[in-house]
Design a protein around this ligand. Structure first.
Ligand code: OSB
Ligand code: MG
Length: 368
């Protein structure tokens, strides 16, 4: 693969509805896109960092810096026979996985086009249709939350995830269960609790949740292992898992029973496939998480979700839940059965809308 040039762009996109987690509310996304041109092929990647360093320490600004000053110079003019080569080359850089993932994933897009394969096939995906869930943020009232759940269940989504935090948890789950006794339900705390809340978290057990996601520290494994011994709800790890080694260590000490794989958090498709392998070897289910991605990151998530270990519905849902107009053609749609049909054309399977991307761009920089 001969890379001719790379372009960074920041686009700004207002969400259709604010998204609130235990760490705050997002109304407009700032998204850094990476465009790679190699001969007559173009690949796209997306930085999934949040606007502020609350989910992780990365932001659009730190990613821009790491891409411009390190990852792009380490890629341009260097030989690269497969995307995994750059993953290996990036390893000496500590962390900054979302910056790494954006560039590496763009190269996967190009590699798939070069081999005339859909990205799903190049990755080793086996599903042609993926099961979808939704993540519903903290709302202004319980009634609004119940209305939202009603709408998503009616749309066919296969599981509902609600965000929780101290003060928006047991009573809310109680109300959800009263109205939807059988809906597959889970809660995501985004690190809002500590071990001192163990007795409180035990109360979640009576709601028969599929799992509770990341109840404790964003960088913790040990306390999660301790908590898992006290509660019957399975713990799913999100923020704490940045590599296959973390996944292996977490499972070894019993820090959780399920892992949420996010491409950005682990550093791209190469690492995500490694995490998937670690889990599959141990019969631990995984699912694909989301970071309020535009269509480009969403398309990558769709392809990732086709690997055989992704046995639980993920947070990969329809474009229109987030955007009035997405930046890909066609946008991601979900069937009445709550599935996404995985495109089988070469590469990403969705075409970036260059005109729309240009209109949303607030800065760009090109590297030759
Ligand atoms: O913890 O999974 C999370 C969004 C932003 C940051 C963290 C998380 C989320 C979500 C939304 O839950 C997933 C999505 O719908 O894209
Ligand atoms: Mg999460």
């Amino acid at each position: 693969m001969n890379i001719d040039h790379i372009e960074l762009r920041e686009i700004q996109m207002p969400l259709v509805h604010f998204f609130e987690t235990s760490f705050g509310r997002t109304t407009t996304r700032r998204i850094v896109l990476v465009r790679v041109d190699a001969g007559d092929l173009t690949g796209w990647g997306e930085v999934t960092a949040g606007e502020a360093p609350f989910y992780s320490y990365e932001t659009p600004e730190t990613a821009w810096h790491i891409l411009r000053d390190f990852l792009i110079p380490w890629t341009l003019g260097k030989s690269c026979s497969a995307p995994g080569d750059v993953a290996a080359r990036f390893r000496p850089i500590r962390g900054h996985n979302m910056a790494k993932a954006a560039l590496e994933n763009a190269l996967w897009d190009i590699a798939a086009q070069q081999q005339n394969l859909p990205l799903t096939k190049l990755l080793g995906g086996t599903l042609a249709e993926i099961p979808c869930g939704v993540s519903i943020g903290i709302q202004n009232s319980v009634e609004e939350l119940l209305e939202k759940i009603e709408r998503e269940v009616a749309a066919g989504y296969q599981r509902i995830k609600v965000k929780v935090k101290p003060g928006w948890d047991v009573e809310v789950l109680e109300a959800v269960r009263a109205r939807f006794p059988r809906v597959p339900l889970m809660a995501d705390a985004n690190s809002a609790y500590s071990l001192a809340d163990t007795a409180h978290l035990k109360e979640f057990d009576r709601f028969f949740l599929m799992m509770i996601e990341q109840p404790l520290g964003w960088d913790d494994l040990l306390d999660h292992a301790k908590l898992q011994r006290e509660i019957s709800t399975p713990i799913c790890l999100d923020e704490s898992i940045h590599s296959a080694d973390h996944a292996r260590q977490a499972l070894q000490i019993g820090a959780g029973k399920i892992i949420n794989i996010k491409l950005g958090r682990v550093g791209g498709f190469t690492a995500a496939r490694e995490v998937h392998e670690v889990c599959r070897a141990r019969h631990v289910p995984v699912w694909c998480g989301g970071m309020l991605e535009s269509g480009i990151g969403r398309a990558h998530n769709v392809a990732m979700s086709t690997l055989p270990g992704f046995t639980l519905p993920g947070d990969v849902s329809a474009s229109r839940r987030y955007w009035a107009e997405d930046i890909i053609e066609p946008e991601v749609t979900v069937s009445a059965q709550g599935t996404i049909h995985v495109p089988q054309t070469a590469g990403l399977g969705y075409t970036p809308d260059l005109e729309r991307i240009e209109k949303l761009t607030v800065r760009k920089e090109r590297f030759d």
